[in-house]
Design a protein around this ligand. Sequence first.
Ligand code: RIB
Ligand code: CA
Length: 316
Amino acid sequence: MPPLPVLIDCDTGVDDALALLLAARSPSLDILGVTCVAGNIGLVAVVSNTLTVLDAAQRPEIPVAPGYDRPLLAGFANSEFENASHVHGEDGLGLPDWPRSSRPPDPRHAIDLIAEILAVAPEPVTLIALAPLTNLAGFVQRHPALLPCIARIVSMGGSAFSGGNMTAAAEFNIGCDPEAAAVVYNSGVPITLYGLDVFRQVTLTPAEVDLLEGAGQPWSPLLGGLLRYVQRRFGQAKPGLGDAGTVAATILPETLTIHPHRVDIELAGTHTRGMTVVDRRVASKDAHHAAPPNADVAYAIDARRAARLFVETLVE
Ligand code: RIB
Ligand code: CA
């Protein structure tokens, strides 16, 4: 089976780095480009971290383009742009002493890179969204004619049953830029909502961490450092793979249990701004009819299968 053409949008923090390593070493994916957006940390550090991770993965040929450094309505809707450096460390990788790449990013803006890649792609491309959706919203608004070139957006963001992690209601990637998420969810592009309901399920065993760290691959030292940071920072003997689960589910979609639902983004509520409102009512002759679905919502994941894919790919 030929590799799946993908673009990855990220805010390289620790779990984005794990996701990029999996994607970069997977024979099942053809990464056409990577775009960066402010989220876990500021845009400059996101770009630097992304280049560093791809260098370690021996994939320096993949173009990395910077996008937005703030949410769509920064200064209006968001009084203060939150970042997650308290989670990912001030450097974003939990590895402040790790030497960063000296490679320059692609000179194009993220939106232009996406447009140029999609315009010439021989088949529709899957977008793996691991960050606030600011870049993707900007692309949707600027290039509506190219939307048919997107096969699907697999979006790590929101939740159906698990509430939020940025606030009680908002998951971080949606909560950072709810307006952007609303643009994407109203774009008509097929979406898989890979939310906190499954995001937290994919973990490694301590033995798998030891195996990956000691695999002797060029990326093994960085990978080991990232996994040890997660174990320390969260006190998790079994580190969560976070965004990497999104990539695993893109490679193996059969690992997900999904249901089509209408998903709307709350923009106004004092306590609910940034919430993914998943309409799980089932249209029937008696009940109110739910709005037509605009997303496939992940209810469950075969977490062990996803974790094994990560290990098998990166032990190589
Ligand atoms: O809520 C988790 C998501 O927000 C992950 O993508 C993490 O990297 C942060 O971007
Ligand atoms: Ca992320």
